[in-house]
Design a protein around this ligand. Sequence first.
Ligand code: FES
Length: 113
Amino acid sequence: MFVKICSKSELPEGGVFRFDPETAEKAIVVCNEGGEYYAIGDKCSHGNWSLAEGLLENCHLECVLHGSSFNLKTGWPDKRPATKPVKVFTVKVEGDDILVDIESGVLLEKPDA
Ligand code: FES
């Protein structure tokens, strides 16, 4: 089920937008990385901290609490202390709207190093 998260103007390049469909546990963070939109689970797999507060850089979102850096395409952390992925969601753009399929969240297999 695709849900409008925000408009493009609300999520400029380098921007991070937190969407909370029901509870904080189901919150999603949507990022604009170089004009491409990505959505991952908002809760860091290490300490359950909100990734929406994180630093977006080079298609990774870094958790501000301990510095784990999550790949927006795979959901996997490239830096410890986190060792488990966060869910990755399907995103689409319709006109000026950014939509996420909030039921599409999956934990992807760890990519080959
Ligand atoms: S809570 Fe995110 S790295 Fe520890």
